[in-house]
Design a protein. Structure first.
Length: 258
């Protein structure tokens, strides 16, 4: 709510009665007072300018000091980082040096052990060499004996082959015998045909291993009595008569097909 302002009675009582415009005012009779507002304003303006200058200078100094402080802190941090780096480098060099010393010591010990092993090995090789010389001399004697036996065996086979050539020609021409390689040096494959009157083209074969002095049949088709084959091979090893052996094997195949 608004309140209307009304002058008090005392004020109204002190008020002079209204007069005409020509009557003199009471304010004209008061003395003139000079407050000096312009001078005060000018002084305040100068003070404000000086205060602003002071604040600006202080702020500038604070900024400069803060920048210098930051620069000093950065330099100290850089110095500290470089020192830590130097310490790390020295630590790495020290560790590397210690590792090198340890490796050299281990290498020295290993070389000494190797030298001792080589010396022992040299002595062992000398003993082994003497033993090998003795064994070689013994082997040379055995080789000479085997060579003599092989030569005698080769002469025997050559003589037997001369006797077998006419008979083999007869078997190949009239009885359908074919001799083939069996994929190995000392193995022959003998193939018979014309065994079965019902099937003249049907074949039977066996492989003969001649690597050793005792010949051996290592495979045959069709399957026949194993005992008969072994007996036939045993007679071959005793007599060295290949023709009789082939006749015997053919008879075994003929019986097997029947």
């Amino acid at each position: 709510m608004s309140t209307l302002f009304e002058p008090s009675l005392s004020t109204n009582a002190m008020r002079a009665p209204l007069s005409t415009a020509d009557a003199p005012s009471m304010a004209d009779g008061l003395p003139a007072i000079t407050f000096g507002f312009d001078d005060l304003r000018e002084r305040m303006t100068r003070f404000t300018d000086r205060f602003d200058d002071f604040i600006a200078i202080g702020r500038k100094q604070v900024l400069e000091e803060r920048n210098r402080f930051r620069i000093n802190v950065a330099e100290l941090q850089e110095d500290q980082r470089m020192k830590h780096k130097d310490i790390d480098i020295l630590a790495q060099k020290s560790s590397h040096h210690a590792a090198s010393l340890s490796a050299q010591e281990a290498e020295t010990a290993e070389m000494q052990s190797a030298i001792a092993a080589i010396t022992q090995q040299r002595d062992s090789h000398a003993q082994h060499r003497d033993r090998l010389k003795s064994e070689i001399a013994s082997f040379n004697k055995q080789i000479a004996a085997r060579r003599s036996a092989q030569q005698a065996h080769a002469k025997e086979i050559d003589a037997q082959s001369r006797l077998n050539v006419p008979e083999l020609d007869f078997w190949e021409t009239y009885l359908g015998l074919r001799i083939e390689g069996a994929g190995q040096v000392d193995r022959l494959k003998f193939v018979f045909s014309n065994l079965d009157e019902r099937h003249w083209n049907k074949e039977a074969w066996f492989e003969l291993d001649t690597e050793k002095r005792e010949y051996m049949v290592v495979g045959c088709r069709p399957k026949v009595e194993e005992g008969e084959v072994e007996a036939c091979v045993e007679r071959l090893n005793e007599s060295r008569d290949l023709g009789a052996f082939l006749r015997g094997m053919r008879e075994i195949f003929v019986r097997g097909m029947k």
